[in-house]
Structures are given as C-alpha cells and as structure tokens.
Design a protein around this ligand. Structure first.
Ligand code: AMP
Ligand code: MG
Length: 423
C-alpha cells in the first residue's frame, strides 16, 4: 500500500490543479489497495461477484464421448467410404438414449441407434445422422462419404479435469454460473462486497417527497449514484443530504470513514464560499488532487480518510455521472478485487456534425451513436451544460475528445464509449 504522499512523489508532470485524465486515473490506481476478505456463497449468489478462488475441474465435461446428433453409431472401419458409390449395410443391435447407456460393445457389421447426448457405445467411433440412413427391419443402410469421428463430441471437449478454467479476480457472469454448475460446484469463494457510503452536500437541496421551497432543487445526485453503484455490485450506504455546515460535514466524513471502504460526496468541491468539502478532506485526511483537466468535472477531489478512499465529485448532475464513469467506476472495480480487464473500449465513429472543442482538456460529450447507411455515426445530444441531466438520458454513448484535440469537423472520426459498457 502506498500513501498518497508516496504516490505524489512518483508522479511525473503532476499538477494538482489540472491533472490530465490519464495521469489522474494512474495516480488513483497507485493509491488503492484491493479488498482481501472473502466469503463462501451458494453458486447462484456469486452472480456479479468477484471470484476469490481458482476453479479447477475435478471432472471432464462432457464426461464421455457422446453423440452430437440423432443417428447411428458405427465403426468407421466398417464403412465402404473409400468407394464413392457404395452403401454399407449394418445390423442395428440396440438404442442408446441420453442418460441411458447402451452397455454392449459393437462388433464388426453392427450399429446402434443413438440420440443426441447419448454416450457413444463401446467400439463405435462415428455417428451418421439419421436423415441420410435407411432403416428396414433392423438393417440400416449408410450412404458413402462419411468422415471418421464425425458427429461425436469428445469427452472433456468443454472442460478438462485438472486444467484450470476460471481465475481468482474474475467477474462471475451468467456464463460462469453455468460453467461452475456444469462441474457440479454448489458453493464458491468470492471477495467480500465493497462498502461504499455517499452523501450529497448543499443547502439548496430538497429530498424527494418534500415540497420545494424557493431556491431549492431536488437532490438528484443520490439517485444517479445509487443507480451507478448498483450496477457495480457494491454494498450501498446512502447517508442522505448534508448541509453546507463544516461541523455536520465533518461528522458525516467521520461516520462514513469508520464503516466504508470508499466515500463519495457530491458538491462543495469548487471554490465557492460554502465549498467546505475540500477543506475538510484536507483537514481529516490526505488529498491527492483537486482538479482534473476535463469537462465536465473539472473540480473533483480524490484522497483518503483513515482506511476509506474519498471521491469528492462536483455538484453538477452531469459532472457527477461523468466523473463517476471515468474514475470512480475503475477505482471501485479495482478495489473490489477484479484482476480481469474492465477497461471500457473506445470505438471509432464518424462525427455527423462539427463539434466545438479546445485543446488542453479531455471532454466527454454526450452522444447518440446511430447507423448512417453502412457506417456508424455519432452526433451530440445538443446542449452540453453540466446541469443538463437530460443529455445523459438521451445519450447512448460518450464522445471522448482527447486532451490535445481541437475542434472536430463533420466527417472526422471520433472516439466513443458505449454507455452500456460502463457497468
Ligand atoms: P456545487 O458543486 O456544490 O457548487 O454545485 C454545483 C451545482 O450543482 C449547483 O447548481 C447545485 O445546485 C447543483 N447540485 C449540487 N448537488 C446537487 C444534487 N445533489 N442534486 C442536484 N443538483 C445538485
Ligand atoms: Mg454546493
């Protein structure tokens, strides 16, 4: 574990007042220590959790060579396959069903009717699909042109006993649930859930369900945060709204840091007179940076109080979502013990319109990716103010305009991040 001071001393070109986005991400990573505690859960409950153990199959899947089709199991050497026109006549000696093994061994000139999934009878090595065969009173005629081993699924073709298949640190998705079930695994060890506390700050905030007084706005940030955190599978501690009052804020920070692995606040990190969050973070803990060269989201603090990592997000609703997606998501997944790749892919799309942009900051404009003839095009959602939350709702992607990039002409390629990829 590195202290924030140590991390700062290693940062090349570190400017706490306007950190480049890539530098900020690296710096945050360098400070984080992933959770190590684990718990055992029934396999179904492992969905969305991070594996804490390697999975090594104790059995082969499938356990036996079995038929991929309904047909006849034959000995390939019996077939007149070399002669292009010659059929083979075989004697059917029984039937093998899925789950019901045919016990005898096939001898020369014999075949067994097999259903999909049935264990291949001893002696047989090839399955001929039923549609091409003729079955007349127990005599089966097989046409020429069959291939050795066709329509047979080999034992262990999916999973091999002794060969590791899942790693610790991997996210468990539906496929992994099924895979563990196919191995007969009923219980699995996962990393404990991360505990994330958050509160909104601001004297102007009203909670939903209460009437708005003059000058008030409803607190929407706690709801977007709730939604984004839910998508990450963490344990959520919603601490409500805290007034712009240093004593109340200090109490909230102390309470949160006593129980959470990470604390997220919104509002109060810019330079206004009631922006106490910043001062308190510095007083109670250590702060790595205050500002990032990005838009929206320029005022954003990252630091630590006790054992809890702190993300002081801006107050503006769009800035909250952008800074969460671009920094908090990555940090929380890493803290939660993920070791597989969860980087959000950057795709390239043709900008359908010009976009204004000045070099010197990374911008995350809200975009709509759409099919324009044979290629994918993107346009902005229009008004890009950091208070226009509607832009997030209308968007299906972020248009990521790199730090050094200037204005974009219509027809130029731009990078986009699909919002669906941001879980
Ligand atoms: P601040 O960063 O505290 O100066 O807030 C910036 C802007 O975001 C102000 O217009 C606030 O009213 C607004 N804002 C702050 N917190 C919230 C919130 N929880 N929900 C909705 N708007 C907010
Ligand atoms: Mg405020």
């Amino acid at each position: 574990m590195s202290t924030i001071a140590q991390v700062v001393s290693c940062l090349d070109g570190y400017d706490p007042d306007a950190l480049r986005v890539d530098k900020a991400g690296e710096a945050i990573r360098a400070c984080l220590t992933p959770v190590i505690q684990t718990e055992k859960v029934p396999v179904r409950e492992a969905l969305g959790r991070v594996l804490a153990q390697e999975i090594v199959p104790q059995i082969n899947v499938p356990g036996h060579d079995n038929s991929a089709m309904d047909g006849y199991a034959v000995r390939f050497s019996d077939l007149n396959s070399t002669n292009e026109n010659k059929e083979t006549n075989l004697r059917q000696i029984g039937t093998a069903f899925a789950g019901k093994v045919f016990q005898e061994k096939i001898q020369a000139g014999e075949c067994v009717r097999v259903m999909t999934g049935a264990v291949i009878p001893q002696g047989a090595d090839t399955v001929v699909v039923q549609e091409v065969c003729r079955d007349e009173n127990g005599r089966v005629t097989v046409p020429p042109g069959q291939k050795a081993g066709q329509n047979v699924r080999a034992a262990g073709e999916d999973l091999k006993a002794g060969v590791p298949v899942l790693r610790a640190g991997q996210l468990v998705r539906a496929a992994e649930l099924g895979l563990m079930a196919s191995l007969g695994i009923a219980e699995v060890s996962v990393k404990r859930r991360l505990r994330v506390a958050f509160f909104s700050t601001g004297d102007e905030l009203a909670s939903i369900g209460t009437p708005l007084k003059e000058g008030q706005v409803y607190d929407s940030n706690r709801y977007t945060l709730h939604g984004m955190l839910q998508g990450l599978g963490v344990e959520i501690i919603d601490m409500g709204v805290v007034r712009d009052d240093p004593a109340l804020l200090e109490a909230a920070f102390r309470k949160a840091s006593a129980s959470a692995d990470a604390i997220i606040t919104t509002g109060g990190v810019s330079v206004g007179e009631a922006d106490f969050v910043k001062q308190l973070m510095a007083k109670l803990g250590e702060v790595l940076f205050w500002k990032i060269a990005m838009r929206p989201g320029r005022p954003m603090a990252f630091g630590r109080i006790g054992n809890a990592f702190l993300f002081g997000l801006p107050g503006n609703p769009v800035a909250v979502m952008v800074t969460f997606h671009q920094f908090v998501r990555d940090a929380l997944l890493f803290l939660g013990g993920r070791t597989d790749s969860f980087e959000v892919p950057l795709l390239r799309a043709v900008s359908a319109t010009p976009i204004r942009k000045v070099p010197g900051r990374t911008e995350y404009q809200r975009g709509i990716l759409f099919r324009g003839g044979s290629e994918w095009k993107v346009r902005t959602t229009g008004q890009q103010g950091s208070g226009v939350l509607r832009s997030m709702s209308e968007a299906n992607c972020f248009i990521v305009l790199e730090h050094d990039r200037g204005k974009v002409e219509a027809g130029e390629l731009v990078s986009v991040q699909l919002m669906d990829a941001l879980h």
